[in-house]
Design a protein around this ligand. Structure first.
Ligand code: SF4
Length: 427
């Protein structure tokens, strides 16, 4: 199977170009995609027109690579639980605007269906779009706002996260299930180029959501999280969300909250999604009862990491230390790995990843799609050549072969899965 290239007429209509087979992008390169790397576009995925960009394909007759002049390039935004193996291949016109913070996976048309280059990396169905019920969410919002009339966090989760941003974690909270978000920090000690909660006015793009504007108290956190841990199936409460800065800047409040939560319940697990910048604070949170950590990163190479995160007063080694501290205390440590084909699967990155896994005794890699304009990203971190690469699927196979205990997925596992990762929970 070789899917045909897709193009848009600029009016929201998408067509296949049967004179061109679609290709994938890795780093700056366009290349043919192997048959095994294509899957049907999963439910919940969507297609994007890429304005002022021409798609690249292989001529069906000549086998030559060329540009599609019929319209604008098209890419897929693949749903959670799936990892993209190649980006959409395109050539941008000189005055093309920077694309918003979404992932742009290669897509094509075959046998009357849309196909994408991706793999399902996670069995958990917590963010399947078919699993959400707006009526239940609305009822949950009304119930929680009534139950906690003075809780600013519940108001934020209701009015902003669930009803405005349609955040999957907040919607699960109001459906009384699984992972419950705890945003806590209005500030951050990093300046990520593709930050989803804050973009400088000088940038062309906008953050997908606004950053939290207040510092919650430990009491506000405890009030709504204890009932969730007590009643939800496979309950997790997670500090560190897309609508805030860095939670470790609020570690004293978080520690107080963890201690208080554990006075009321031993159920479920307490997780923190973080940039991992303050290992000392992480050690204090582990002491208080933190069960798992997820450190987000675009790369495990210090120079590539630093050019993207632009850290204030911390260094790459600090984030690695945070992972190690949690593992040494018997906790679960994941990396939230922003997968960028050509960079993540470069030989240099692979070698660095092996060392990080060995040094930290890492529990899990969450293979996330990097939501960023590829040209903009590589330009911003000043990468003209991404070097030799393995292919994302081959990278996964090599890591799995050498480190079979390192779990692969997309979400923070509940306590049951941290104990036995093969636990298969029918929600
Ligand atoms: S660590 Fe998170 S909140 Fe801070 S700049 Fe980066 S993406 Fe934004």
């Amino acid at each position: 199977m070789r899917p045909y290239l897709l193009y848009s007429d600029g009016k929201g209509n998408i067509f296949e170009d049967t004179s061109l087979y679609t290709v994938g992008r890795s780093g700056w390169d366009a290349l043919p995609v192997e048959e095994a790397d294509w899957i049907e576009l999963p439910e919940g995925g969507s297609l994007y027109e890429l304005p002022d960009r021409r798609g690249i394909g292989i001529d069906v007759k000549t086998g030559e690579m060329r540009i599609c002049e019929k319209g604008w390039a098209v890419a897929a935004f693949i749903p959670p639980a799936h990892t993209g193996l190649y980006m959409a291949a395109f050539e941008a016109l000189p005055d093309a605007q920077t694309l918003p913070l979404f992932c742009y996976t290669a897509a094509g048309w075959y046998d009357n269906k849309f196909y994408v280059t991706a793999v399902r990396i996670e069995r958990d169905i917590r963010q399947e779009c078919s699993g959400y019920n707006d009526t239940k969410i609305q009822a949950g919002v009304e119930h929680m706002l009534e139950a906690y009339p003075h809780n600013r966090l519940v108001q934020h989760l209701a009015n902003n996260c669930a009803l405005t941003y349609h955040c999957p974690a907040a919607r699960n909270y109001f459906m009384g299930r699984w992972e419950c978000p705890i945003p806590s920090s209005p500030a951050c000690n990093a300046n990520c180029i593709g930050c989803i909660s804050f973009q400088p006015e000088t940038e062309e793009i906008f953050s997908s959501q606004d950053r939290l504007t207040f510092k919650p108290t430990a009491a506000e956190i405890v009030e709504y999280t204890v009932p969730h841990l007590e009643t939800a199936p496979y309950p997790i409460v997670s500090f560190g969300q897309g609508c805030e800065g860095e939670p470790l800047l609020m570690w004293e409040t978080i520690r107080e909250a963890i201690i208080e939560i554990r006075k009321h319940t031993q159920k479920g697990s307490i997780n923190i999604n973080t940039n991992g910048s303050k290992p000392d604070a992480v050690a204090k949170l582990v002491e208080a009862g933190l069960d798992s950590i997820r450190v987000s990163l675009n790369s495990v190479r210090p120079e590539v990491y630093t050019k993207y995160y632009l850290p204030n007063n911390y260094k790459f080694e600090d984030i690695i230390e945070s992972l190690r501290i949690v593992r040494q205390s018997g906790g679960w440590a994941s990396i939230n790995y922003f997968v960028f084909p050509g960079m993540t699967d470069s030989v240099a990155e692979y070698e660095a990843l092996r060392e990080v896994i060995k040094y930290t005794d890492l529990s899990m890699i969450q293979w996330r799609n990097f939501n960023i304009d590829p040209d903009w990203y590589l330009g911003k971190i000043n990468v003209a050549d991404t070097g030799e690469f393995l292919g994302v699927r081959q990278l996964m196979d090599l890591i799995h072969e050498e480190f079979p205990n390192v779990k692969f997925g997309y979400y923070n596992p509940p306590a049951e899965r941290m104990k036995n990762f093969e636990t298969d929970f029918a929600h």
